[in-house]
Design a protein. Structure first.
Length: 398
């Protein structure tokens, strides 16, 4: 069953008050917009132990260029005093791709992104830019790492024993290689790093890394041999970054989004693929593990819509044992944020579309402390964009 929710009232308020205070009575369901309605792009979301939320992304303006943007809100979606905060290096553009809420935000935050020299070229090279903050967003340290070519962090987690584990890609000779690296708490030199080079790949990347408590599982995308298509690769690593590789080889052009636990030694991998009709559809794989080995893999579900592209981004296991996927639906040139449900036994449930004037892009999803679902997106209209934060009840209703 598909149905649409139009976010029209929220958008009317958007043009007058982007960060309007919300009462406790309104907190169970809300729509909030953050930014200056210039070119702001949301990238990551965290639900905090105190019931609030943290959001990061990229804020761009004609005067300041692009900057790493960071918000902390209360449980009602109201920004805390002193937010947003912006982090950059003098003379460089910057942005955030991923965030770690350390000990649920009580230990501060690690913001991972990029810096680039605005030298006027179409694609200036990017270096890694990592910022450590206190629990209230005060900058503790910032570091820049890089080479003569591009590096990018796409996801980050706290480390098994200490520090942090980061995943992304590094460009070498014009080709992307999978990159996983360890980082000390102090942000000093990288102690551990792994570059997994695929000789046939022009576009490999480590898109998401999961800390299971004794291992890391990394969902990656790589190019298939002698083909322009891509497949999903799973890296399983220990704390020393010794690893094993499993390829989830499908029949179509597939890419990985993220990975979540689903019981003892069981994990679900969310991805996308291009089907025989040339449209993007979602897919969910089950993998079973034993140590650094994948012992079984199975395609559980594919989700598509005729004449539309469905592009998944993130998913979570819900309180009832099912799953909620957030992503973007594109139809006739228009984009809507969608919330797709799967049942506990992986049957396709309702899909809810959140649409309005302009385009809505689905970025992330989380489970608020008090129940319901929380979705992060980007709202775009006539060349401008803002962060959007949507909280619904457990069924996805506003």
């Amino acid at each position: 069953m598909n149905y649409r929710i139009l976010i029209l009232a929220g958008l009317i308020g958007l043009f007058f008050s982007c960060e309007r205070e919300m009462s406790p009575e309104q907190s169970q369901k809300f729509i909030k917009f953050f930014g200056e309605y210039s070119v702001d792009l949301a990238t990551d979301l965290a639900v905090l132990d105190n019931g609030g939320f943290a959001i990061c992304g990229i804020a761009t303006s004609p005067d300041s260029g692009s900057r790493m943007a960071f918000y902390i809100t209360d449980e009602y979606g109201n920004p805390k005093p002193g937010f947003p905060r912006y982090y950059t290096m003098a003379g460089f553009n910057s942005g955030a791709n991923a965030m770690v809420a350390i000990r649920g935000g009580l230990g501060g935050y690690l913001l991972c992104g990029y810096v680039e020299d605005p030298d006027g070229t179409a694609t200036p090279p990017k270096d890694l830019f990592i910022v450590r903050t206190s629990s209230d967003g005060e900058e503790i340290w910032k570091r820049r790492y890089g080479s003569s070519e591009d590096e990018s962090i796409l996801h980050a987690e706290e480390g098994i024993s200490s520090g942090f584990i980061l995943s992304g890609y590094q460009v070498r000779d014009g080709k992307r290689d999978i990159m996983v690296m360890g980082l000390r708490d102090e942000g000093d030199s990288l102690e551990l790093s792994l570059n997994y080079k695929n000789l046939y790949s022009d576009n490999a990347s480590a898109n998401y890394i999961l800390n299971t408590g004794d291992r890391y599982l990394c969902a990656c995308t790589y190019n298939t041999i002698y083909s322009d298509d891509s497949d999903i690769l799973i890296l399983i690593l220990n704390d020393e970054l010794s690893y094993n590789v499993e390829f989830l080889e499908g029949n179509f052009d597939e890419s990985a989004c993220c990975i979540i636990p689903d019981g003892a030694e069981r994990y679900l991998v969310l991805g996308n693929r291009v089907n025989v009709s040339g449209k993007s559809e979602m897919l969910v794989y089950l993998i079973e593990t034993n140590g650094l080995l994948v012992t079984n893999s199975l395609l559980l579900a594919t989700i598509s819509e005729r004449n539309s592209d469905l592009h998944a981004r993130r998913f979570v296991k819900t309180e009832d044992g099912g799953f909620a996927i957030v992503g973007t639906r594109t139809a006739e040139g228009n984009q809507d944020l969608f919330l797709q449900f799967l049942t506990e036994d992986y049957q396709v449930g309702d899909r809810i579309l959140f649409g309005s004037l302009g385009n809505q892009t689905g970025i992330d999803v989380g489970l608020p402390t008090g129940g319901g679902l929380l979705m992060l997106g980007t709202n775009s209209y006539e060349g401008n964009s803002m962060f959007s934060l949507i909280k619904t009840d457990d069924s996805g209703s506003l």
